[in-house]
Design a protein around this ligand. Structure first.
Ligand code: TRP
Length: 343
C-alpha cells in the first residue's frame, strides 16, 4: 500500500474499543482491557467504548441474560473508572450506523478474507454449516464499529489482531475501490500476550467467563471473601517464587499470579519479583489476596450499587448513544454518498 492511501495524519486521535456482553466481566477483561481504556481516557485521545450486543448474538444469547449482562458491563466500565463525562459509553444496537455500515462492508470484504479468520474457524468448529451467517460476518461488523467513528487507535487483546488487520484491509479496499481517502488505516494497540490473565486452575488456559468452573476466574462482581478464597485456592507449583523473570519459564501458574499482582499493583513483573522473589506461595498468596481485595472489592461494591438503579444506567447509555450517533451519522452519510446512494 502506498503512503498516499494511509491518510491517518488527517484524522483526529480517536480510540474505539468494544467488549461483548456475552457473560460476566472477569479480571481478564479488567486487566487486559478496561484498565487501559481508563488510562487512554486520561490521555490525549477522544475515547469511545461500546458494549457490542450485536456481536454477542452471533451465538445464541438468552434475552433476559443479555439485557442483564449489558447493564452489568456498563456498571463494570463505570465502576472501573470510565467516566461518562470523559468517554462516550454506549451499547452498539442503539446506534444503527454500526449495522448500516456493516452491511456496506459486507459488500467490500471478500469471502476468502473471512474464511481465513482463525476466530471463525475456532468458533464455528467442525460444524461450520450450522454456524450463524452473523458469526461469519463478525469481523466486518467490527470494522464498521471502528470505522464509523474514523477511529485511529483500537486497544484490544492479542486474539483480536487478525480482526484489526482485516479492518485495515477493508478500509484500504474501500478507499481504493472508490478512489477516496475516506477511512483511516487504524492502528492496533495490542496488549502483549505476557499480560494475558490465565485461568486460576490451569495457567495455560485463558481466564474465561465461559469456563464451567467459577473457581477458575475472578469475576468483577466477586466480593472480598470470594476473592480471597479463590486466590487461596489458586493452583500453584511447589517451588518458591524466583527473583527474575527467567525463573517463571515453564511455570504458567506462578507466572499468572505474578502477572496478576503486577497488573493490580501497576508494577512491572521485574519489580514484583524483586520484592517477592524467594517467598513461598504460602507467603505470596495472602499478599496477592490483600492487593486484589484492596483494588477490586471497591469496584464490585460500586457495580452492585449501580446495578440497583437500572434506570440510571439506561439513561447514561442513551446519552452515550446520542453522542456516538453525532459522530457516526455524518460519516455514514458521507459513505452513502461516496458509493452512489441517492439520499
Ligand atoms: N471482537 C472483540 C472481542 O471479542 C469485541 C469487539 C467488537 C471490538 N467490535 C470491536 C473490539 C471494535 C475493538 C473494536 O474482544
Amino acid at each position: 500500500m502506498s503512503d498516499a492511501l494511509q491518510p491517518n495524519a488527517a484524522f483526529k486521535k480517536r480510540v474505539f474499543s468494544g467488549i461483548q456482553p456475552s457473560g460476566g466481566l472477569t479480571l481478564g477483561n479488567y486487566l487486559g482491557a478496561i484498565k487501559r481504556f481508563v488510562q487512554m481516557q486520561e490521555e490525549d485521545y477522544e475515547t469511545i467504548y461500546c458494549m457490542v450486543d450485536l456481536h454477542a448474538i452471533t451465538v445464541w444469547q438468552d434475552p433476559a441474560a443479555l439485557r442483564r449482562q449489558t447493564r452489568e458491563l456498563a456498571a463494570g466500565f463505570i465502576a472501573s473508572g470510565i467516566d461518562p463525562a470523559k468517554s462516550i459509553l454506549f451499547n452498539q444496537s442503539q446506534v444503527a450506523e454500526h449495522a448500516q455500515l456493516g452491511w456496506i462492508f459486507n459488500c467490500v470484504a471478500r469471502m476468502g478474507w473471512m474464511q481465513r479468520m482463525t476466530q471463525w474457524k475456532d468458533k464455528a468448529g467442525k460444524n461450520s454449516q450450522n454456524a450463524s451467517l452473523g458469526l461469519f460476518a463478525y469481523p466486518s461488523l467490527m470494522a464498521a464499529d471502528i470505522l464509523t467513528y474514523h477511529a485511529t487507535h483500537v486497544p484490544v487483546g492479542e486474539d483480536q489482531k487478525q480482526h484489526l488487520e482485516l479492518t485495515r484491509d477493508i478500509a484500504i479496499k474501500f478507499n481504493n475501490d472508490y478512489g477516496v481517502e475516506f477511512f483511516p488505516v487504524t492502528e492496533p494497540v495490542i496488549e502483549g500476550a505476557g499480560t494475558r490473565v490465565m485461568s486460576l486452575r490451569d495457567g495455560s488456559k485463558k481466564m474465561s467467563k465461559s469456563d464451567p468452573s467459577d473457581a477458575s476466574r475472578i469475576n468483577m462482581t466477586d466480593d472480598a471473601d470470594t476473592l480471597a478464597k479463590k486466590i487461596r485456592k489458586a493452583k500453584t507449583d511447589p517451588d518458591a517464587l524466583p527473583s527474575e523473570i527467567d525463573g517463571l519459564e515453564g511455570r504458567p501458574e506462578a507466572r499468572n499470579l505474578v502477572n496478576i499482582y503486577a497488573g493490580l499493583a501497576d508494577m512491572s513483573v521485574d519489580a514484583v519479583l524483586r520484592d517477592v522473589g524467594g517467598k513461598a506461595f504460602s507467603e505470596f498468596k495472602p499478599l496477592l489476596a490483600d492487593l486484589a481485595v484492596a483494588k477490586l472489592a471497591p469496584i464490585s461494591g460500586e457495580m452492585a450499587r449501580l446495578m440497583q438503579n437500572e434506570a440510571e444506567i439506561d439513561a447514561l447509555l442513551h446519552t452515550g448513544a446520542e453522542a456516538a450517533r453525532a459522530i457516526a451519522a455524518p460519516i455514514l452519510e458521507k459513505t452513502y454518498e461516496i458509493i452512489g446512494m441517492v439520499r
